[in-house]
Write a protein that binds this ligand. Structure first.
Ligand SMILES: [Fe+2]
Length: 636
C-alpha cells in the first residue's frame, strides 16, 4: 500500500471505534469572572518579561524566558547599553536555552562600569524583547543608597499594587525581596479576589513549581517592577511550603511525597525563575557590598538548617540551645560578616521577625496567641541571644535588620529584655544593640483581613503598650518601605496602600523610622528621607509588537518531557472558544480521548498519564477555530 494512503487511512479510519487509552484532566477554574494572569500577546515570545538582579560593581544578572512554539534549543542574543536607544553597546553576548532550564535565560553580564544605569534587551526567534533597566553598584565614596524592601506577594490575596507603584520610582538602587515570591497552596485555599492560582492544585513537583512561577511572572505589576529595578532575592517558607524547616514543613504531609524531593524541585525552579546569581550549593545566604557604606548580609533562616518549630510558647524545647536557625556554618559566616569593619552599616536581609515581641509576658497576647509566633526567631531564643550577645560583646554598631514574612509594618529597637527597665531605656535607646524594620506584604493577608478593622485597632494599641521597644506599627496596610542609607543615618520610609482587593489604588506616605549612626536606636518620623540628587531615566513603556499572528492558544510549557508517565501541559487560551485536544502516536492513531469543550479565555493546565502506552513519540494536538497546535512528547 502506498505510504500516504496508509497514513490517511490511519488518520481517518482507525480512530473510529478505537478505545483511547489516555484520559485527560484539566485544571479548570470554577469561579465566575476569574482573573487569570493575562498573557500579553504583544510580548511574544518573551511573555514573562525581562528582569535583572544581584548587581555588583562590574556585573549584573539579566533574565528572561522564551516560549517557543515547538520544543527546541533556542539561541538568545543579549545586549546592554547606557542609553535607552542602545546607541553604544556596553556589553553583549549569546546564550542558549532549552527545556532543561524551562526556557529561562540568565546571563551574568560582566565588564560593566560601577554605579551606572544600564538598559538591556534580548533577541530570540527573530524578535527583540522589551527593554529593561538595571544598575551596577557604586564602588567608592558612596553617599546615599535607596533600596526598596518588599515581601509576600500572594497572587490569590490581591493585586500587586505596591509593586506597580514601586515600578514608577526612579530613585532606587535595587529592590530587596525578602521572600514569599510565590505561594504554594492550591486555588481555593485563600483569597477574596478572583485572582486564582495556576495550577489549581497545591504544587508538589518540579513541573508544578515551574508552572506557578510562570503564572506569577505573567502578572503585569510584578513584571513591571522587575523590568524597572534590579532585584536582590532571598526565599522564605512559601517558595517551598508554609512554615518550612530543614526537613519538612507545616504544609507538607507524607501523602504528598518525599519532602526533600519537593524542596529540591522548589529550589531548582527558584533558581530558574528568579534573577539570582547561580552558585554550586544553591544557597541564598550571601553578602552584597555597597562600597564602604553598606554590607547587605542576606540570611537563610528557613531551608539550610532550621530545626522543627515548637507548637507551644510553653514548650521547654523552645529553650534548647541545640535547636538551629542558621546552622553552625552559616552562623560562623554571619558572625564574620558582622565583624567585617569595611562598611559603616550592616543591613541584615532576614525572613522572620528578630525582635522579641510576641512571646513576652505581656498582654494582650495570651499563651494560645503567642503559640502562633513560634515560627519566628521568637521560637528559637537561645540562637537569637547568641547573635544579640555577639553584637554586644564585639561592640558592633549600626546593624539594621530588614524583615518580611509577617505581612505587617513594624519597627523595633533590639534588646534581649525590652521590659527590663534597668537593661533597656526605650526613650534613649540605652541597652539596644541594633534595630529592625519590618516590611508589610505586597498583597498577603494582614490583620484587618483576618480579624477585622476594629479588632486590629485594639490589637495595635495593646501591642504598642506591651512593647516599649516598638517604634512603628501598622497591622492593616500593604506596601513596602524604602531604606535610605547615608553615612550618618539610615531611614525606612513606609509607602502604603489601604487595600489590594480591587485593581485600582494609589500608595501614600505612611511615615518612617530612622536610626542615627552609632546610636543603635530607632526613632519615628513623619518626614521622608531626602530625595536622590538625580532621578534615573525609566525603561521605555512596553512596545506594542507589530506581530499580528498571535495564536489563539499559546502553549506555555510541557513537563516533564521526556516522561515515563505523568505529563502536564500549561496553555493559555487568548480568546474564549471551543478547544479540542487529542493525543496521537507516530502513525496518527488516536491514543488519548478527544477532549471537546468551550472554555473561557484563561490559563489552563492539562494533565494526563502515558504509563499505559509503549515508549515512543506522541503528539498532543490542540485544535481551536483558528488552527491546530501540536506539542511533541516523548515516553521513555
Ligand atoms: Fe508571607
Amino acid at each position: 500500500m502506498h505510504n500516504l494512503y496508509f497514513l490517511i487511512l490511519m488518520l481517518l479510519v482507525l480512530p473510529i471505534g478505537m478505545q483511547a487509552q489516555v484520559t485527560f484532566t484539566i485544571d479548570q477554574q470554577d469561579r465566575q469572572n476569574t482573573t487569570i494572569a493575562p498573557v500579553n500577546p504583544t510580548q511574544a515570545p518573551f511573555y514573562h518579561g525581562v528582569a535583572s538582579g544581584d548587581p555588583l560593581t562590574d556585573r549584573v544578572i539579566i533574565w528572561t524566558r522564551v516560549t517557543p512554539t515547538v520544543d527546541q534549543t533556542v539561541m538568545v542574543d543579549w545586549e546592554m547599553a547606557e542609553d535607552v536607544n542602545f546607541t553604544t553597546i556596553a556589553s553583549s553576548g549569546q546564550v542558549t536555552t532549552d527545556t532543561s532550564r524551562d526556557y529561562t535565560v540568565k546571563v551574568d553580564a560582566s565588564g560593566l562600569s560601577a554605579g551606572t544605569t544600564y538598559y538591556y534587551r534580548f533577541t530570540a526567534l527573530g524578535v527583540t524583547s522589551t527593554i529593561g533597566r538595571t544598575k551596577t553598584l557604586e564602588s567608592t565614596n558612596v553617599n546615599q543608597i535607596k533600596l526598596g524592601v518588599v515581601s509576600c506577594n500572594n497572587y490569590q490575596a490581591g493585586y500587586f499594587i505596591p509593586l506597580r507603584e514601586i515600578a514608577k520610582r526612579n530613585d532606587l538602587d535595587a529592590i530587596v525581596h525578602l521572600g514569599d515570591f510565590i505561594y504554594e497552596k492550591g486555588a481555593s485555599s485563600t483569597g477574596d479576589t478572583n485572582r486564582l492560582h495556576v495550577p489549581i492544585v497545591e504544587i508538589l513537583n518540579l513541573g508544578d513549581y515551574r508552572t506557578r512561577y510562570s503564572h506569577y511572572r505573567l502578572d503585569p505589576d510584578l513584571q513591571e517592577a522587575m523590568r524597572q529595578h534590579p532585584f536582590i532575592n532571598i526565599w522564605d517558607d512559601h517558595e517551598v511550603a508554609n512554615n518550612a524547616w530543614k526537613d519538612g514543613a507545616e504544609n507538607h504531609n507524607p501523602g504528598e511525597g518525599n519532602y526533600i524531593d519537593r524542596k529540591l524541585w522548589a529550589i531548582q525552579a527558584f533558581f530558574e525563575w528568579v534573577p539570582i546569581r547561580d552558585n554550586s550549593t544553591k544557597d541564598v545566604y550571601r553578602t552584597i557590598r555597597f562600597g564602604d557604606l553598606i554590607d547587605l548580609v542576606l540570611l537563610d533562616t528557613r531551608h539550610v538548617a532550621r530545626s522543627i518549630q515548637v507548637d507551644s510558647f510553653l514548650d521547654p524545647n523552645r529553650f534548647d540551645p541545640n535547636r538551629e536557625v542558621l546552622g553552625p556554618a552559616q552562623m560562623s559566616w554571619f558572625k564574620g560578616q558582622l565583624s567585617d569593619p569595611v562598611t559603616t552599616w550592616k543591613v541584615i536581609g532576614n525572613q522572620i521577625v528578630f525582635a522579641p515581641a510576641f512571646a513576652n509576658n505581656v498582654e494582650p497576647l495570651q499563651p494560645g496567641v503567642r503559640d502562633l509566633f513560634m515560627d519566628l526567631w521568637e521560637g528559637y531564643p537561645p540562637k537569637r541571644d547568641t547573635i544579640i550577645n555577639y553584637i554586644e560583646t564585639n561592640l558592633i554598631d549600626n546593624v539594621v535588620f530588614v524583615t518580611g514574612d509577617i505581612h505587617v509594618s513594624l519597627g523595633f529597637d533590639i534588646t534581649s529584655n525590652p521590659l527590663d527597665s534597668l537593661a533597656y531605656n526605650p526613650m534613649t535607646g540605652m541597652g539596644s544593640v541594633a534595630v529592625e524594620i519590618v516590611t508589610p506584604s505586597i498583597s498577603s493577608d494582614n490583620f484587618d483581613e483576618k480579624i477585622g478593622a476594629f479588632s486590629t485597632q485594639i490589637l495595635t494599641s495593646l501591642f504598642e503598650v506591651g512593647n516599649p521597644h516598638n517604634k512603628y506599627v501598622d497591622l492593616s496596610k500593604h506596601g513596602y518601605f524604602v531604606l535610605d542609607v547615608t553615612p550618618t543615618r539610615t531611614q525606612g520610609d513606609f509607602y502604603l496602600v489601604d487595600q489590594v482587593q480591587t485593581p485600582v489604588a494609589l500608595e501614600s506616605y505612611g511615615g518612617g523610622v530612622y536610626t542615627d549612626v552609632n546610636t543603635n536606636h530607632l526613632n519615628a518620623t513623619n518626614t521622608p528621607a531626602p530625595p536622590k540628587p538625580v532621578q534615573e531615566v525609566p525603561a521605555p513603556p512596553l512596545v506594542t509588537s507589530t506581530q499580528d499572528i498571535v495564536p489563539e492558544l499559546l502553549l506555555l510549557s510541557a513537563y516533564p518531557n521526556p516522561t515515563n508517565g505523568e505529563m502536564t501541559i500549561n496553555y493559555a487560551l487568548m480568546e474564549q472558544g471551543p478547544v479540542n485536544i487529542r493525543l496521537v502516536d507516530l502513525s496518527g492513531r488516536m491514543v488519548g480521548e478527544l477532549f471537546e469543550r468551550r472554555l473561557p479565555k484563561g490559563n489552563y493546565v492539562l494533565r494526563f498519564n502515558l504509563e499505559e502506552l509503549e515508549n515512543g513519540v506522541y503528539f498532543v494536538q490542540f485544535e481551536t477555530e483558528r488552527g491546530v497546535q501540536v506539542r511533541k512528547v516523548m515516553k521513555l
